[in-house]
Design a protein around this ligand. Structure first.
Ligand code: AHG
Ligand code: MN
Ligand code: MN
Ligand code: MN
Length: 339
C-alpha cells in the first residue's frame, strides 16, 4: 500500500495561487475550472459504476454528427452544461452533443466573461467495454458585449484565441489536465478526499518519442504522403530509434494524453470517404492543439497550424496531426515531399 502525499496542492488551491501574480484578475477563470472539476467528479462517479447501473448502451438517438448517442454522452453533457449554467463564469456553451450553442440568459451569466466548448464524453465507443474515456474542453473570452447574451461569434473564434483548454481522462486513475498560456498542469483525483491534486506540474511534451497512433484499418484510405510517413514510422532507423511502437486506444483523450507525457505523434488524417476526417475542430482539435503547443509540441491539419484555422461552423471536422515537435517535423518532410 502506498501512502498518498497530502502536501500537494488541490486544483482550487493551485488556481487561486496562480491568481496572486495577477492582482486585477477577477477569479472567473478559476471558478470555471472549479466548475469543470465538479462536473468531472460527478461523471467519474457514474463511469466508475457503469456496469452496475443502467448507464451503459445507446440512448436511442443520433446526434448532429450522425453518431449513435450513448446514455453516458447524454449524462456527461447534462452535468457539464448544468454546472456551467449555475456557475458565475460562463456566458454560454457549445457541445458535440447539442445542435446549436446555448447562450445562458440569466442576469449573472449575461455578465460572465467566458464561453466554453466541449466534447462531454470522448471515446463513447469504448464505454461499454471498460476502456479509458474522457472529456475535452476549450475556453474563450467572449467577443460580444458583457451584459448581453452570448452570440455564435463568441464560439467561432480561431483556436489561438483560447484562454484555457483541458481534458479529463477517466482511466486507471482519473486525471484533469489543463493549460493556460503559462503552462500545462495535471491533477489526479484522490478518491479518498474527492479532490483533484496536483500530480504532474508543468507538463512538457518530449521533443521526440517512439509512439505513433493512427487507425491502421484506414491505411489505404489515406493519401500517399500520409502512407509514406506511416512507412517511415515502421522502418528501422538508427537515428530516430525506429521502428516506432504503434498504440491506438480509440479514445483520443487517452491516446493524446499518453503521447503528450511519453512523446509521440497522434494522427487522424482525412480519408477518401471523409476528406476532413472524423475529429471536430472546436471540441477536439483546438483544445488539444492549444495544450500541445503550450507543452512544446505542435498540431496541424496537414497544411496549416490548427490554431490558425478560422472556424465557420460549430461542428466542422478537421484532419489532425499532433505531437512531439521532432516527429511533427518528420511528418512535414513527407507531407511536403522532402522525404
Ligand atoms: P467521440 O466518442 O467523442 O464521438 O469521439 C470519438 C473519436 C476519438 O475519441 C477517437 O480518437 C476516434 O473517434 C476514433 O475513431 P476511429 O474508430 O475511426 O479510429
Ligand atoms: Mn460522439
Ligand atoms: Mn470525441
Ligand atoms: Mn464525444
Amino acid at each position: 500500500m502506498t501512502t498518498i502525499n497530502r502536501n500537494v496542492l488541490t486544483l482550487d488551491e493551485f488556481t487561486i495561487q496562480q491568481l496572486r501574480d495577477f492582482p486585477h484578475a477577477t477569479g472567473e477563470l478559476s471558478g470555471l475550472l472549479r466548475d469543470m472539476g465538479l462536473a468531472a467528479k460527478r461523471v467519474n462517479v457514474e463511469v466508475n459504476k457503469a456496469g452496475l447501473v443502467d448507464i451503459l448502451g445507446d440512448a436511442g438517438t443520433i446526434n448532429v454528427q450522425g453518431e449513435d448517442v450513448k446514455k453516458l454522452d447524454v449524462f456527461a453533457n447534462n452535468q457539464f452544461t448544468g454546472v456551467l449554467q449555475h456557475g458565475i463564469s460562463c456566458a454560454g456553451i457549445a457541445s458535440e452533443e447539442l445542435d446549436e450553442h446555448v447562450a445562458f440568459d440569466d442576469a449573472v451569466s449575461k455578465n460572465s466573461k467566458y464561453v466554453c466548448l466541449y466534447d462531454p464524453l470522448d471515446g463513447s465507443g469504448n464505454i461499454d467495454v471498460n476502456v479509458s474515456i474522457g472529456t475535452i474542453f476549450s475556453v474563450y473570452r467572449r467577443v460580444s458585449e458583457k451584459g448581453t447574451v452570448a452570440t455564435k461569434e463568441d464560439f467561432l473564434q480561431p483556436g489561438r484565441k483560447q484562454v484555457a483548454a483541458g481534458y479529463i481522462v477517466y482511466g486507471s486513475s482519473t486525471m484533469l489536465v489543463y493549460a493556460t498560456r503559462r503552462g500545462v498542469n495535471g491533477f489526479t483525483l484522490d478518491p479518498s478526499i474527492g479532490e483533484f491534486c496536483l500530480s504532474h506540474p508543468n507538463i512538457k511534451c518530449p521533443e521526440f518519442g517512439k509512439i505513433y497512433s493512427v487507425n491502421h484499418g484506414n491505411f489505404f484510405q489515406y493519401d500517399q504522403a500520409v502512407q509514406k510517413y506511416i512507412d517511415v514510422c515502421q522502418k528501422k532507423n538508427k537515428d530516430t530509434g525506429g521502428p516506432y511502437t504503434q498504440r491506438y486506444i480509440g479514445s483520443m483523450v487517452a491516446d493524446v494524453h499518453r503521447n503528450l507525457i511519453k512523446g509521440g505523434i497522434f494522427m487522424y488524417p482525412g480519408t477518401i470517404e471523409k476528406p476532413k476526417g472524423k475529429l471536430r475542430l472546436l471540441y477536439e482539435c483546438n483544445p488539444f492543439a492549444f495544450i500541445a503547443e503550450v507543452a512544446g509540441g505542435r498540431a496541424t491539419n496537414g497544411k496549416e497550424r490548427i490554431l490558425d484555422v478560422q472556424p465557420t461552423e460549430l461542428h466542422q471536422r478537421s484532419p489532425l496531426f499532433i505531437g512531439s515537435r521532432g516527429m511533427m517535423d518528420e511528418l512535414d518532410g513527407c507531407l511536403n515531399g522532402k522525404e
